[in-house]
Write a protein that binds this ligand. Structure first.
Ligand SMILES: Nc1ncnc2c1ncn2[C@@H]1O[C@H](COP(=O)(O)OP(=O)(O)O)[C@@H](O)[C@H]1O
Ligand SMILES: [Mg+2]
Length: 470
């Protein structure tokens, strides 16, 4: 009964059906049996009545009963001129309560049932003999006793058949539903698989024994296996096309690096050598240099993201975060002398398990944002703390904050604020990829990054797992 309501319902219904049939058959048998016994009694009654009436006629007086050899409990009545007279009763004299129901009978050729107080059920035949009405009765006690015996036996058999039906139905239902339970197990295994991303396979299938086309459950098993094949194929196709796209982005970024470097180099060269160029040309050359620098950093970012996407290609080792954070803050201080930079960190080394260059890039990107997206004079505080199971780096500033509608997708690619504002604060290098790289690197370290922002207070919180103890 472990398989829930369906098997329980099936077993109960099958048992109920058997019970109904058994009860119906027992009732029919009992009725037929009674019919047979009553007709036997009737035959006996007819014979007895004929004999008694014959005896009475021979003796020229009303027939008597109760002679030796007569059936026990025989009732024998004759009607005289003054109404019914009880001539003889082999059990002794009976009162008027017995004679009254008998007096009410009318002569007929068919025996009938009558209930006599103190004596019980009787089968009586009422015959007209000349002026007399003779009632002959035989007790039904033996029939009643047989009927009770029969009913008891039938009830016992009915109960037994219900019990057998229950046990049999249970084992049959359980046996036929067992493949369904195995199917459910397979489905549960599939649902536990990580199919979201990456190279995935669906190694689970319904076993051949449960995929037999001749049974209904087997057909479900076959359909289920087909579905799994299909899902596996679709996932593989998705993975192939994702890989292709990533490879394309990586290749394209890589290929763009060299021509960009050349453009930058030639622009710089021309600007230096042609100091007599007209101001518009000089301006154009400066712009070419700046934009190609921006494009180079965009291409570098894209390349890095494409590599991070295609799997964590981290050169992980035990990395002291104190040094990384201190270096990044000192670089930021040099790049943004107009901001106020401060650093809080414990005296002891905080060691994380990770890629030192990538982690440096995370802190550098956050500090670059705090520099380029806030006005001069903004105070930027970098803090390094360590908890039981995490190293935490926070970068907080008291700048204008991130617009609320942007906060939710700030870590998505190409999300950036108002470009003019960024540029106004000297953020020429805005690509909208800086925080996407932060998120990807931190995720590759099995860490998390979060942001809280309100005007006057913006804080990025990076958590990475610490290095395992040696
Ligand atoms: N400290 C900050 N204060 C205000 N805005 C910020 C801050 N850091 C990031 N932002 C906003 O988030 C956007 C996305 O940042 P990022 O992904 O680094 O791209 P980018 O710096 O190239 O614009 C930025 O354009 C800016 O609008
Ligand atoms: Mg940035």
């Amino acid at each position: 009964m472990a398989h829930g309501t369906m098997s329980r319902r099936l077993v109960l219904r099958m048992t109920a059906l058997v019970a109904l049939v058994a009860i119906f058959l027992s009732t029919l048998t009992a009725l037929a049996m009674r019919q047979i016994l009553v007709s036997q009694l009737d035959t006996q009654l007819q014979a007895t009545a004929a004999r008694l009436v014959g005896q009475g006629a021979a003796q020229g007086r009303p027939p008597t009963g109760g002679g030796p050899g007569q059936a026990q409990g025989l009732l024998y009545y004759v009607q005289g001129s003054g109404g019914f007279v009880q001539v003889e009763d082999i059990r002794g004299s009976l009162g008027s309560e017995v004679s009254e129901p008998l007096e009410a009978l009318t002569p007929s050729h068919q025996p009938s049932d009558v209930f006599l107080p103190r004596l019980g059920e009787y089968r009586v035949l009422t015959t007209q003999v000349g002026p007399m009405v003779v009632v002959t009765g035989l007790p039904m006690a033996s029939i009643t006793a047989s009927m009770w015996g029969l009913i008891a036996a039938a009830a016992a058999l009915t109960l037994l058949s219900i019990l057998i039906a229950f046990v049999a139905a249970r084992s049959v239902v359980e046996r036929s539903l067992r493949p369904l339970a195995r199917l459910a197990t397979t489905a549960t295994q599939v649902s536990a698989l990580e199919l979201g991303s990456g190279e995935v396979a669906v190694p689970v299938r319904v076993p051949d024994a449960d995929a037999d086309p001749r049974s209904e459950v087997g057909q479900v098993g076959i359909a289920f296996n087909h579905m799994l094949d299909h899902v596996e194929g679709a996932l593989a196709a998705r993975q192939r096309s994702e890989t292709q796209v990533r490879q394309f982005v990586a290749d394209a970024s890589h290929e763009l690096r060299n021509p960009l470097a050349a453009i930058r180099g030639y622009a710089e060269l021309t600007r230096r050598e042609r100091s007599d160029a007209p101001p518009t040309t000089a301006h154009a050359l400066v712009r070419i240099e700046a934009e190609s620098a921006r494009m180079s950093s965009l291409v570098e970012d894209l390349l890095l993201l494409a590599r991070l996407d295609s799997g964590p290609a981290l050169a992980a080792s035990a990395t002291p975060l104190n040094q990384i954070v201190a270096d990044a803050v000192s670089d930021a201080r040099a790049a943004g002398p107009q901001h106020q930079w401060s650093l809080v960190m414990p005296a002891d080394d905080v060691i994380a398990w990770g890629d030192r260059y990538r982690l440096h890039q995370v802190v550098a990107n956050l500090l670059a944002n705090a520099r380029t997206h806030t006005p001069p004079g903004t105070h930027v505080e970098t803090a390094l703390t360590v908890t039981q199971d995490q190293a935490v780096i926070t970068v907080s500033d008291d700048g204008p904050g991130i617009p609320p509608e942007m906060v939710d997708r700030i870590f998505e690619r190409f999300t950036r604020g108002d470009a003019s504002r960024a540029r106004q604060h000297g953020g020429v290098q805005s690509t909208g990829l800086g925080l996407a790289i932060v998120a990807a690197v931190v995720a590759a370290h099995q860490g998390t990054v979060a942001v809280e922002s309100a005007p006057g207070r913006t804080r990025f919180i990076v958590r990475v797992p610490p290095a395992p103890l040696p």
